[in-house]
Design a protein around this ligand. Structure first.
Ligand SMILES: C[S@@+](CC[C@H](N)C(=O)[O-])C[C@H]1O[C@@H](n2cnc3c(N)ncnc32)[C@H](O)[C@@H]1O
Length: 314
């Protein structure tokens, strides 16, 4: 492990991340603030939570890179990099490669630059709005994209574009799916048992709404290896990596769980009943001894799935 394996926390929903999408066209100058009716989709405001999430989940990126059979990549793109946790990891693992973090939110790319400087790795950044801005990015030997494809209306269309950026023999690695997180015991000592499962259901509902509202939203069977094959890639395969922070949680993962629960409280208010909302309020009240800040039974268990495909013709 390197120093950035031990970040000060994280948050995140591998399979029901609902962070929304940026809503601007073109390159380089837009803000990442959304046109939605609240701040649920303000990427810049989510910088801390995204960085915490990346840091808490981070070891899976290195494990996924160990799966690559290709020669050392020279040019790497991280599409939808956010604050650059994975991009910096890519830069640390492949120090001779030119790694570019690409995102629609300039504020998050600024965070990625600061992170790269702090960690002493070489990283370029490029503002681009998907899908239009993907056309100018290639070629690359490795294209990585973590939980960004599902924020674009036409997921197959984006995968086709990403596959088109690859050199012959290059690899596309897409992080999608995985398992929803587990943080809490079934019985918390108050409220109705099984809160976490009801959060899953509400998040899945919200995710469906988010996808349906995306511009140019296209329904597709989310068979990720099949979609990689449809994009013309070969050797499509999926690997899943366990993220296991047992109780009692260290400060970083604990902050991530707090951030995630705060987000649930914020974005699921219309999908949970009043009893569950009160339970969340109690979990989030720092003065309550049963809150996430004090509980010794809080844990973080989840899994990330990475789908790989290879460009033919090497
Ligand atoms: C859920 S975050 C993932 C961040 C990081 N890759 C990770 O795995 O933690 C999704 C990222 O995609 C970016 N994004 C979403 N939709 C986009 C779009 N249409 N164009 C450009 N960037 C977009 C957001 O700004 C955000 O940084």
């Amino acid at each position: 492990m390197t120093h950035d394996d031990h970040g000060h926390g994280d948050h995140g929903h591998p399979s029901h991340d609902d962070h929304g999408h940026t809503s601007h066209a073109g390159h380089g100058s837009h803000s990442s603030h959304h046109t939605h009716d609240n701040d649920d989709f303000d990427w810049a405001a989510m910088a801390d939570l995204l960085e915490l999430e990346g840091e808490t989940h981070s070891p899976y990126v290195r494990q996924a890179l160990a799966e690559l059979a290709q020669p050392t990549p020279r040019r790497i793109l991280d599409i939808g990099s956010g604050p650059g946790v994975a991009a910096c990891r890519l830069a640390a693992v492949f120090p001779d490669a030119e790694v570019t973090a690409v995102d629609g939110a300039p504020e998050l790319l600024a965070r990625a630059e600061q992170r790269a400087e702090r960690l002493g790795v070489r990283l370029r950044t490029q503002v681009a709005e998907f899908p239009a801005g993907l056309a100018d990015l290639g070629p690359a030997d490795l294209v990585w994209s973590g939980q960004a494809v599902h924020h674009v209306g036409d997921q197959q269309g984006v995968l086709n574009q990403l596959a088109g950026l690859l050199e012959p023999g290059g690899v596309l690695a897409v992080v999608e799916g995985g398992l929803p997180p587990r943080w809490l015991p079934r019985d918390l000592g108050f409220g109705r048992c099984g809160l976490q499962e009801r959060l899953d259901v509400a998040m899945a509902e919200r995710f469906g709404r988010m996808r349906a509202e995306l511009p140019g939203s296209v329904a597709v069977v989310e068979d990720w290896p099949g979609m990689l094959r449809a994009a013309g890639l070969t050797d499509a395969r999926s690997r899943t990596f366990l993220i296991d922070h047992p109780a009692p949680l260290a400060e970083g993962p604990r902050r991530f769980v707090r951030g995630s629960l705060e987000r649930c409280r914020q974005v699921l208010a219309d999908l949970l009943d009043t009893e569950d909302l009160s339970t969340l309020d109690r979990l989030l009240d720092p003065s309550d001894p049963a809150s996430v800040d004090h509980r010794t039974d809080l844990f973080l268990l989840t899994a990330k799935t990475v789908h790989f495909g290879t460009a033919p013709g090497a």
